[in-house]
Write a protein that binds this ligand. Structure first.
Ligand code: G1P
Ligand code: ZN
Length: 541
């Protein structure tokens, strides 16, 4: 074993709690930077001795180099076995599954999710624990603390491991297993869904376009959709993972997956459009002429999950992140099962899933998933939609409209204000917080506030409390505005304003038009223009 000294203490600033560490790629390429995080993680989990780990990433620039570093450091830290995806590829949900399947002690996942990739773009790393889920807050805090004091890391000097072929090369005393990244994930999907029914759907002429956005889901989607399920060749677009994602922004929403959106709104639209993000945990669902908001998708999947074999016996409960719309709460209520509102970030679902309190979870940011892994899962959501479509034999638009008729509609939109000066963004939030106690009863732009608070989460499983999770303002007439600061941006601050308006009578309006009232009220309450000099967001989803 070799002990290397880290020259500087390179990890600065607060580590984003939601998703490990994300920075510009060039920062990760500085000597000692990645090593600092990896050694801090080993120290925080009580060392690597005797442990088995999973390692893989979304294929972005620096992925393979980072994996070589991690492998050598794993050997230096006494890890006994590392399972790595061939070519360094593992989608986030596939990595979560491999951790669980192999009863590993955890895994390093290399990705900056939906952020662009390349030498001048973003890179990231996160550690998932034994249950396959993102490290809980107490562990990320430990890792972060360790990064501040660390001065040395353990590694071995050895030749690079060939990641391009499945097999078992050895790295000193450590066993390395290079595995097909798709195989066991695909086998898991086959246990959850009615593959014969979906095969029948495609055989009957059902058409689909899956945009893999040149990111990690390409090989997964090709093997499952075009391979196992018999969809026509070409169903998967942009299916080859590229280090810079073809210079795109691998974020499956109407803005960044515009080509797919345009297709779906045209006369040439297939029956279903879907997309996934950089590391394969997000999804976008769009029917012919009908975009499905992630909040609605969560609710619709929950209401129809019993049509898929794995969920035939019903759901234990449904969890959604706080800014996600209340649509899924209505489903839980009708089904007579528990519903949970958690802070933003998948890690908060882990305890609820482990304790068997919920089966399906989701976030407004295009994340849906279930108890099959401990991460959100893009392809899983697409396959559940396909399973439902195969059984119900209706179009996406019909299923959505039927859902609104049964449950009412939660109009929903998120406004992002990007690259705001950190000081101004903090001031806006602080000033809002200070106004909270007196808000109820006051009217803004004609809307009366019924309640307002700063969201704190009391985990019902381990009793931990997470404060400062965003500001919620409820208005008369079933609308809500939420303000929070993004924890994943890499430049300045991003303010997110989430707007929703419920109606069970008027379900056919234009979304932005339906949200006009709550938007004006939110901008007035927060004095947005005075704080950040603008009210028009950079991105509306
Ligand atoms: C964003 C999303 C959040 C998601 C996270 C990681 O975090 O809003 O729902 O869990 O990415 O994918 P944010 O930038 O808002 O902190
Ligand atoms: Zn992601």
């Amino acid at each position: 074993m070799k002990i290397e000294t880290i020259a500087t203490n390179p990890i600065e600033g607060q580590m984003p709690g939601t998703s490990g560490l994300r920075k510009k790629t060039r920062v990760f390429m500085e000597p000692g930077y990645l090593e600092n995080f990896v050694q801090a993680t080993f120290d925080a989990i009580g060392g690597g001795e005797g442990k088995t780990l999973i390692v893989g990433g979304d294929g972005r620039y620096f992925n393979k180099v980072a994996i070589q570093t991690i492998l050598k450091m794993a050997a230096g830290n006494g890890v006994v076995k590392v399972i790595v995806g061939k070519d360094g590829i593992l989608s986030t949900p596939a990595a979560s599954h491999l951790i669980r399947l192999n009863k590993a002690d955890g895994g390093f996942i290399l990705s900056a999710s939906h952020n662009p990739g390349g030498i001048d773009e973003d890179f990231g790393i996160k550690f998932n624990g034994q249950n396959g889920g993102p490290a809980p807050e107490n562990l990320t805090a430990k890792i972060f603390d360790a990064t501040k004091t660390i001065a040395k890391f353990k590694t071995v000097s050895t030749a690079e491991i060939n990641l391009n072929a499945c097999g078992s090369p050895s790295l000193g005393a450590m066993e390395v297993q290079i595995v097909d990244p798709v195989e066991s994930y695909s086998a898991l999907m086959e246990t959850l869904f009615d593959f014969p029914a979906i095969r029948g759907l495609f055989k009957g002429g059902f058409t689909m376009c899956f945009d893999a956005m040149h990111a990690v889901t390409g090989p997964y989607a090709k093997a499952i959709l075009e391979g196992a399920l018999g969809a026509t060749e070409g169903t998967v677009a942009n299916g080859v993972p590229l280090e810079d994602f073809g210079k795109g922004h691998p974020d499956p929403n109407p803005i960044w997956a515009k080509t797919l959106m345009d297709l779906m709104m045209s006369s040439a639209a297939p029956d279903l459009g879907a997309a996934s993000d950089g590391d394969g945990d997000r999804n976008m669902i769009v029917g012919r002429g009908a975009y499905v908001t992630p909040s609605d998708s969560l609710a619709i999947l929950a209401a129809n999950a019993h049509l898929a074999p794995a969920y035939r016996d019903g759901l234990a409960g449904i969890a959604r992140s706080m800014p996600t719309s209340a649509a899924s709460d209505r489903v839980a209520k009708k089904l007579g099962i528990g519903s949970y509102e958690t802070p933003t970030g998948w890690k908060f679902f882990g305890n609820l899933l482990d304790a068997g309190k919920v089966t399906i979870c989701g976030e407004e940011s295009a994340g849906t998933g279930s108890s099959h892994v401990r991460e959100k899962d893009g392809l899983w959501a697409v396959l559940l939609w396909l399973n439902i479509l195969a059984v119900r034999k209706q179009s996406v638009a019909e299923i959505v409209s039927d859902h609104w008729q049964r449950f009412g509609r939660d109009y929903y939109s998120r406004y992002d204000y990007e690259n705001v000066a950190t000081g101004s963004a903090n001031q806006l939030m602080q000033s809002l917080c200070s106004k909270l106690p007196g808000l109820a009863g006051q009217a803004f732009a004609g809307m009366t506030v019924t309640a307002a608070d700063e969201f704190s989460y009391h985990d019902p499983v381990d009793g931990s409390v997470s404060n400062n999770q965003g500001i919620r303002i409820y208005f008369e007439g079933g609308s809500r505005a939420v303000f929070r600061l993004s924890g994943t941006g890499t430049q300045g601050a991003t303010i997110r304003l989430y707007l929703e308006q419920y109606s069970n009578t008027d379900i056919g309006r234009d979304t932005q038009e339906a949200l006009q009232g709550v938007r004006a009220a939110a901008q007035s309450i927060s004095d947005m223009n005075a704080h950040i000099g603008r009210v028009e967001p950079d991105v509306i989803t």
